[in-house]
Ligand binder design. Structure first.
Ligand code: UDP
Length: 234
């Protein structure tokens, strides 16, 4: 039985990339789409916020104006959204892609009430272009959309790691995984799981977050069904 009626799933760009960490790996996207279909088949209303770090991260550009660079990053999220939409539609999952930067020929503009209506009608809604403004992240977009559509939980899917650790498990084999944490602890311990804006937004709006690893097959389904995986933040 699913534990949630309405969720926001945050997929980082990295989660959609291949081994090199850049671009789109279609096998990976298809696997993600299969997992999304499974939770959609349970009747869970699903909104997906896609990242774009597999194409461009605004802050990494040294010589481009930061706002311009951030807009480039937001455009990357739209490419990910379209690839995911295509993979889902091929599995007969009804979807709508909305974008925070108007691009009418490509996707619907983000309209909150319309997004909610799509979810109620059983369509998976893919939110792209973050919040539509530079100097923000798609994690913040996930927190914002979750608050706006009144989601029960944010599922933060991570690649290569299965929860929140006290130090980076890729570099420290003694890193300790947290089962649960509060948002305040994330801020106090300066844990780099989400940026501070996204963390504060979740905290202020009391939206629970589950950080889990997407590499394991069916992990998304298991998390939605309440099987304990990853780290719960509340
Ligand atoms: N971005 C932005 N505003 C937003 C969301 C994203 O400017 O509301 C830009 C920013 O440059 C960011 C890039 O888009 O680096 C890709 O998004 P993000 O880094 O959040 O993607 P992820 O790390 O999840 O792949």
């Amino acid at each position: 039985m699913p534990q949630y009626n309405r969720i926001v799933l945050k997929l980082s760009g990295e989660a959609m990339a291949g081994k090199q960490g850049v671009g789109i790996d279609l096998d990976v996207i298809n696997k993600i789409a299969n997992q999304v279909k499974k939770i959609h088949d349970l009747g869970v209303e699903t909104g997906i916020v896609v990242g774009g770090g597999n194409f461009w991260r605004g802050r990494d550009a040294q010589t481009i104006d930061r706002a311009t660079s951030d807009y480039m990053g937001m455009l990357g999220t739209i490419m990910n959204a379209l690839a995911l939409q295509d993979a889902l539609e091929k599995l007969d999952v009804n979807t709508r892609c909305q974008t925070a930067i108007e691009m009418k020929a490509v996707a619907e503009p983000y309209i909150r009430r319309r997004a909610i209506r799509h979810l109620e009608k059983g369509r998976v809604v893919i939110f792209s272009a973050g919040v539509g403004n530079p100097f923000f992240s798609t994690d913040t977009a996930a927190a914002l959309r979750a608050a706006e559509i009144d989601a029960d939980v944010i599922l933060l899917a991570k690649k290569g790691v299965d929860g929140i650790y006290d130090s980076d498990p890729k570099f420290n084999k003694d890193a300790k995984k947290y089962d649960s944490l509060s948002y305040q602890e994330i801020l106090n311990k300066n844990l780099k799981i989400m940026d501070a804006t996204a963390t504060s937004l979740c905290m202020d709006n009391k939206i629970p977050l589950i950080v889990f690893g997407i590499d394991k097959e069916d992990s998304m389904y298991d998390v939605v069904c309440g099987k304990f995986l990853g780290t719960v933040v509340s």
